[in-house]
Design a protein around this ligand. Structure first.
Ligand SMILES: Cc1cc2nc3c(=O)[nH]c(=O)nc-3n(C[C@H](O)[C@H](O)[C@H](O)COP(=O)(O)O)c2cc1C
Length: 245
């Protein structure tokens, strides 16, 4: 699932003036409704927001013409809040990619003053994901970010520790995780396969690493296609026996 989109996706920071089409908005809102119900998050899609355009202009010059975005919000007391925002946010990224749109996670939003959503006392805004029609040409600052974040050449073997008999589905999961977005392209998650047990663990902690954990887990699941991780750092992967469901 989402095989082509995972191959194709890369962060997009410049957008055209064309508004999202009604059909695209409808499909994305439908998915948000399902996701919010399953996750207990309060994700919103905000479209045609001129305020955010100003925030980006003042605070983050790598982006150009941002008017639409997903706001990833959830309950402060949810211990897995960041991970869930990564997991379900990336699902929205892949669905947007399927609809022909560009996206980019944005963690550096501390100085943003104009986000057009109401956040309740007991909630936190974790991250934004910009979305829109890709302009094709990235800004000078975006090119600099890409240059500095893509020089490390991380290999898929850097993302795993595995016994010799690791099955193909595990390898496919890790290969998919290598194609995931991560903060500063650090890929701070490691997948382990030991005596048949699979886990996903943060190897380098940071403010954004739990978000990266959720994103990487989703990519792994979409590559392995036979199970699901439980929530949390070092969460175990449970194989779902679809034949006996
Ligand atoms: C949690 C998270 C936060 C991010 N925050 C920013 C950000 O504030 N500014 C930015 O330009 N890119 C941000 N990115 C995008 C990453 O830089 C990008 O995913 C990474 O360099 C890999 O490039 P790719 O997405 O094109 O594969 C963020 C990504 C993630 C997953």
């Amino acid at each position: 699932m989402y095989e082509k989109e995972i191959e194709k996706r890369k962060s997009c920071r410049s957008y055209t003036n064309e508004p999202l089409q009604e059909e695209q908005i409808r499909k994305l809102k439908e998915l948000i409704k399902r996701v919010n119900k399953e996750s207990n998050l309060s994700i919103e899609l905000i479209t045609n927001d001129e305020g955010i355009f100003d925030d980006f202009k003042k605070n983050n010059r790598a982006f150009n013409n941002v008017k639409n975005y997903f706001a990833l919000v959830g309950k402060k007391d949810d211990i897995n809040l960041k991970e869930k925002c990564g997991y379900y946010g990336e699902l929205l990224v892949l669905e947007s990619t399927r609809l022909g749109l560009g996206t980019c996670f944005v963690g550096s939003i501390h100085d943003f003053k104009n986000i057009a959503i109401k956040i309740n006392e007991d909630e936190d805004l974790i991250v934004l994901i910009t979305v829109g029609h890709p302009q094709g040409k990235e800004t000078f600052f975006a090119k600099i970010i890409n240059f500095f974040t893509h020089t490390k050449n991380i290999k898929f073997s850097d993302l795993m520790i595995a016994d010799m008999d690791a099955p193909l589905w595990f390898i496919k999961g890790v290969q998919n995780a290598l194609l995931a977005p991560s903060s500063f392209n650090k890929h701070p998650i490691i997948f382990t396969y030991k005596m048949g047990e699979v886990r996903a663990k943060i190897k380098e902690n940071s403010e954004y690493a739990p978000i990266d954990l959720g994103i990487a887990k989703l990519h792994f699941e979409l590559g392995a296609l036979n199970g699901k991780f439980i929530l949390g750092n070092n969460g175990i992967y449970t194989i779902v026996d679809y034949l006996n469901l």
